[in-house]
Structure formats: C-alpha cells, structure tokens
Design a protein. Structure first.
Length: 230
C-alpha cells in the first residue's frame, strides 16, 4: 500500500462561471466577482461549485493536473482554492473581517501566477504570516485582464497584512514597478464591487509623485511603502 503525503491543511478547489444571462459588459465583468453578497440579483451562492477536496500532495496533483489552465478558461470564470471549511465568499465567518491582495495581470500570464500561488498555499510559503491567516486564493479571468487575489482573515492587522503582501511579491517574483492593491471584504459588500475603490500599494520611490497629486484620496507611508485609495 502506497503511503501518501498529507498536506498541513486540507484545501478545496472551487469553480464559478457567470451565466449567459448575466450582464457581460467589460467593466462590470471585470469588477464583479465572488466577493459580492449573495442576493436574488446576484445568486453567487448558486453559481459557485466545489470541484474537489484535497488532503494529500498526491490528491492535489491528481485534481490540479486534470483542471483546465486559467489561460484556457473562458472570460468571466473564476477558480478558487481555499482551506477546507472556508467558503470563498465575503460572508463566510473566516473571511468576514478580512480582505484580499489583488494583482492585475496581462492576458496570458494567469496560469503561471496561479500555479505559484496555489503551490505556496499548500507549501506554507507565506513566511512570517500566521498559519491560518491566509484563507485562500482566487484567479479571475476577465476580458481585458486577469486577476489573482489572495484572501486573508484580518484586514485591520496592518503588520500582518503588509507581511503577506511582501510574501506575495516574493513568491510571484513581481518586478518593483508592479502595483498591488488591497480591499477589505466589508468594503466590497458596501460598494458591491470587487476591484474598484481599492487601496493601492507601491514602493515609496514610485509613489511620492502620485501621493502629492492625489488630493482626493487617502494616503499614508510607512517604512519602505505607502498606500493610497484608488
């Protein structure tokens, strides 16, 4: 009997595709995804489907190798990879007080970055971040761009949230000029959008000029980074 290698925590793959009857205008599809509240007008609870639960390394690769790669998915499709017991919705108790880091990608790059993120999740590569702080990740396929987001549990813990940001940048080997954005799930529920009104992080040297010009938004600096409201 072959002994399988257990993961430190079980995870679940999920899938969501917006139906043909939904509004498919580019701007709305780009901005509306799984973080929206479940209402009769937006039946997210009914559209997201669990693909499989994986508890071992072997189970993970068995499922992952049979999934279509994000680059090949149709537009307005999402993959989710979350800890078992956490549903990929803002309302889930493990997500309710959290938020997500957002990385916007040119078309054609999502497969590579998605794989790096899910491997980091099962490999516990978020150094310095509490083990249960990272809830999961989402890749969102849209018309003009693709988006990878990493969800965490406590949006109001700035130190941990910034540490997670630094881990994501390292794991994905993002160039210094790449901007990252953060949005608490409470804000997504309030403004009914996923990728608008985000807090944009960029290296301090790249943000000084934009901070001086950004009179209407909120910005602050700390150490080697600064944030502003997009």
């Amino acid at each position: 009997m072959v002994t399988e290698t257990p993961l430190q925590a079980p995870f679940c793959f999920w899938y969501m595709r917006r139906g043909k009857g939904s509004n498919s205008k580019k701007e709305e599809d780009k901005d509306k995804d799984s973080t929206q509240p479940s209402t009769p007008a937006n039946p997210y609870e009914n559209s997201i489907k669990q693909i499989a639960k994986v508890s071992t390394v072997e189970e993970f690769w068995h499922v992952y190798n049979h999934l279509q790669r994000p680059n090949d998915l149709p537009n307005t499709t999402d993959y989710h990879f979350f800890r078992h017991g956490i549903k990929p919705t803002c309302e889930d108790p493990s997500n309710a007080k959290g938020g997500k880091w957002i990385v916007r990608l040119r078309k054609g790059l999502s497969s590579r970055y998605w794989e790096e993120v899910v491997l980091a999740l099962i490999g516990c590569q978020f150094t310095g971040v509490p083990h249960d702080e990272v809830c999961g990740a989402v890749v969102s396929i849209r018309y003009s761009e693709d988006i990878v987001s990493v969800w965490n549990k406590t949006a109001n813990d700035r130190e941990v949230t910034e540490r997670l940001r630094d881990c994501i940048k390292k794991i994905l080997q993002l160039p210094s000029f790449v901007h990252m954005e953060y949005k608490p799930h409470e804000n997504s529920l309030q403004d009914k959008s996923s990728f608008r009104n985000t807090q944009v992080w960029k290296p301090k040297s790249l943000s000084e000029g934009s901070r001086r010009m950004n009179k209407s938004g909120t910005s602050w600096g700390r150490g080697e980074s600064s944030w502003r409201t997009a």
